[in-house]
Design a protein around this ligand. Structure first.
Ligand code: XBP
Ligand code: MG
Length: 221
């Protein structure tokens, strides 16, 4: 094994509640009568990507909101999310500091394969590690850099390409069904632990699943 590739939302930290707040704040700012409860958001998370999620909601509710307007809402949402993350209420999920320390002391390279955007990953790293993302992760592959978001394999394939590694040299760390399917479709081994919003996702396509992430999950893979 030569590298660990981490998902971000729900894996490094329980960020989805802040994403939800940021979406709702952007709707309110724009004077839109959209509001996503936690229940609605859990359903909408099946669609990866913030803009894609808003388009699904627009279509479900028959609202007259253009794709351009959705892109504008998403810009506001990203700025709001960055501010909420900088507020410091989010911490790393249990097991993440240990996995990163294990990688560093065993010369494993570290990468990110996420559906969210680079600025959001950087905001999270600055808040949780007190360092910019590049200080922790050698490679960042983000959703807006690929044609198809998870569960398509694209973002994991991009991370592998940037690392210059083959899939069987790497292990993906995930929390959702879409994430597990994406990493498996790219040929990686996957360890997974469900997060608050993915507790009912079937994760059985992963090589190992546990309620909480730990270094033990990497053994014998
Ligand atoms: C989770 C997602 C993201 C976030 C919102 O991605 O599906 O869309 O909910 O982020 P992952 P954006 O677990 O792969 O990190 O609004 O920036 O898309
Ligand atoms: Mg995730």
């Amino acid at each position: 094994m030569r590298a660990l590739i981490f998902d971000v939302d729900g894996t490094l930290a329980e960020t989805e509640e802040l994403h939800r707040r940021a979406f709702n704040d952007s709707f309110k700012d724009a004077g839109l009568d959209w509001h996503w409860t936690a229940e609605i958001y859990a359903q909408l998370l099946k669609t990866t990507g913030g803009k894609e999620r808003m388009r699904v909601w627009r279509d479900q509710t028959g609202s007259d909101v253009s794709n351009t307007k959705i892109a504008d809402l998403h810009t506001v949402k990203t700025a709001r999310y960055g501010a909420l993350i900088a507020g410091g209420e989010i911490s790393l999920r249990p097991g993440i500091p240990e996995l990163i320390a294990y990688a560093k002391s065993n010369n494993l390279r570290l990468a990110i394969a996420t559906t969210t955007s680079h600025p959001n990953v950087d905001a999270l790293c600055r808040s949780c590690f007190k360092r910019p993302v590049e200080d922790i992760f050698e490679v960042v592959a983000a959703g807006d850099e690929v044609r198809e978001k998870k569960p398509a394999p694209d973002v994991y394939l991009l991370a592998l390409e940037r690392l210059g590694l083959e899939p069987d040299d790497t292990i993906a760390v995930e929390d959702s069904q879409n994430g597990v399917l994406s990493a498996k479709a790219a040929g990686l081994k996957v360890v997974a632990a469900p997060s608050t919003f993915t507790h009912s996702d079937p994760l059985d396509a992963a090589d190992k699943v546990a309620p909480v992430l730990s270094v033990d999950l990497l053994m014998d893979l």
